[in-house]
Design a protein around this ligand. Sequence first.
Ligand SMILES: [Zn+2]
Length: 251
Amino acid sequence: MRQLVILGTASQVPTRTRNHNGYLLRWDGEGFLFDPGEGTQRQMIHAGVSANQITRICLTHVHGDHCFGLPGVLSRMALDGVAHPVHLHYPASGEDTVRSLVSVSSPGIDLRLHPHGAGGTVAEGLDVRPLQHRIETYGYRLAEPDGRTLLAERLAAAGVSGPDVGRLQREGTLAGVRLEDVSVPRPGQGFAFVMDTAPCAGAEELADGVDLLVAESTFSNDDAGLARQYRHLTAGRRGSWRQVRASAPLS
Ligand SMILES: [Zn+2]
């Protein structure tokens, strides 16, 4: 299952109805928690997200509204006895802040720290690109490898059925039948997460062609001057990324 659960979208100051940042992406067997701000643990309860579902935590940067929820979430994971490894990705210059937040968390989970200091691949299928904010900040992009969709009528015409279908997928050919003859290309799905940034090449690279983009818009178009001053996007700027395929739902 692939599903995005929005836990909060407020930035520096929460409101009565909006919590600080927090986004849980269910992606097949993994659970990516992005930018857990204060109160994320309680938002997870409201949204029906258990601590056990989180396998990877990704911080764009260490401003408080993007990471002060970390000790609560990590402590809850320890309390619930999460046994699987939990990977934590963050900008290298945030090391002191991240270690401080981790140090006040309850111990007991297998937490693995992965700082990154440049754009590139940080885990299988997971890339980062530098953004332009007031401190070191990175956006994330998750990409599924391209695959192929099998066509039932072509499989039937080729006489391939039952367990032979799986064998053909694994081996590429089976008794003279080629996988490409009974299937069509299926582009892998993509997800991008862009927070706190001035317009920049990194943000556009992350957003290019993805099926689902989460991007901040801290300021309205009327406050474009403040957006420039504090290095944020405006709602209008975010909406201008026409290349994003907004119509393709995550499956
Ligand atoms: Zn920030």
